[in-house]
Design a protein around this ligand. Structure first.
Ligand code: NDP
Length: 233
C-alpha cells in the first residue's frame, strides 16, 4: 500500500521539489496551494492561516487518497524589516503563517497518525531559527518556534510511533530569495562554506529521507541543510 503524504505549500519552490521527490518514492502525494496549483500533482486549496481551510483541505485529502501518513509543513513567508521599524502586523503575519500554520496542519492530521500508531511529520524551518538573522526577527522567531514545537511533539508522539523532525534549510534558490538585490545575494553566498546557493531538490532529498521508512529511529532531530552556513565560519 502506498503511503499518503501531504505537503503544504507544495505548489512551488521547496515544497514542490519535496512533493515530486515523495511521489518518485512511490507515495500518493497531495499538495496545498492558494491560487496556483501544479498540473502534475493532486492539489487542494488551503490557506494555513485559516483553521477552517486547513480542516477542509485535510478532509479532502483523506477522502480522496486515504489517511495521511506523512505531513511536510513547508508553507512559509518572509516580511523582512529592521526590528525598530517592524510593525506588529508584519510580525504577526509571519508568526501566523509559519508557526501557527505548522501548528494547524499538524493538529489536523495528528489524531489519525496516533490512531494508526505510525506517521512522519517533517517541519521546514530555517537556519535563521538557529542562528538569528538581521532584518528577520519575525521570521527567525517563527522558525525557532517551529523547532520547539517539533521537539515537543517528538516527545509526545514517540509512544504512538509518530516521528517529528525538522530541516533547517540555509540559502536556497526559490521565489523567496530570487528578488533580493544582487549585492545581498553575493554577500550571503560568500558566507556559505560550500560557496553556493542550494537547490530546492537538495532540500527535498533530506526531507525525503526523514519521510521515509528508513528514518524510523530518528525523531526530534534538527537537520541543517545549508552548505555549512550555520557553522558561522
Ligand atoms: P516560496 O516563496 O517559493 O514558497 C512558499 C510556499 O508557501 C508557497 O507554496 C506558498 O503558496 C506557501 N504559502 C505561503 N503562505 C501560505 C499560506 N498562508 N497558506 C498556505 N500556503 C502558503 O518559498 P520556498 O520554497 O523557498 O520556501 C518553502 C519553505 O522553506 C518556507 O517555509 C521557507 O521559510 C523555508 N525556507 C526557505 C529558504 C530559502 O532560502 N528559500 C531558506 C530556509 C527556509 P502560494 O503559492 O499560495 O503563495
Amino acid at each position: 500500500m502506498s503511503r499518503v503524504a501531504l505537503v503544504t505549500g507544495g505548489n512551488r519552490g521547496i515544497g514542490l521539489a519535496v512533493a515530486r521527490r515523495l511521489a518518485a518514492d512511490g507515495m500518493k502525494v497531495a499538495v496545498t496551494y492558494r491560487s496556483d496549483p501544479p498540473s502534475d500533482l493532486f492539489a487542494v486549496q488551503c490557506d494555513v492561516r485559516d483553521p477552517e481551510s486547513v480542516h477542509h483541505a485535510v478532509n479532502e485529502v483523506e477522502q480522496t487518497l486515504g489517511g495521511i501518513d506523512v505531513l511536510v509543513a513547508n508553507s512559509g513567508i518572509t516580511r523582512d524589516r529592521a526590528f525598530a521599524v517592524m510593525s506588529e502586523p508584519d510580525f504577526a503575519a509571519v508568526m501566523d503563517t509559519n508557526l501557527m500554520g505548522a501548528y494547524r496542519v499538524t493538529r489536523a492530521v495528528v489524531r489519525e497518525m496516533m490512531r494508526k500508531r505510525e506517521g512522519r511529520i517533517v517541519f521546514v524551518s530555517s537556519v535563521a531559527g538557529l542562528t538569528g538573522s538581521v532584518g528577520q526577527a519575525n521570521y527567525a522567531s517563527s522558525k525557532a518556534g517551529m523547532i520547539g514545537l517539533a521537539r515537543s511533539l517528538a516527545l509526545e508522539l514517540s509512544p504512538y510511533g509518530v516521528t517529528v523532525n525538522t530541516v533547517a534549510p540555509g540559502w536556497v534558490d526559490t521565489d523567496m530569495t530570487v528578488r533580493l538585490p544582487e549585492k545581498v545575494k553575493e554577500g550571503i553566498t560568500s558566507q556559505v562554506p560550500l560557496g553556493r546557493q542550494g537547490s530546492a531538490e537538495e532540500i527535498a532529498e533530506v526531507v525525503g529521507f526523514l519521510a521515509s521508512e528508513g528514518s524510523s529511529y530518528v525523531t526530534g532531530a534538527v537537520l541543517p541543510v545549508d552548505g555549512g552556513l550555520s557553522l558561522g565560519a
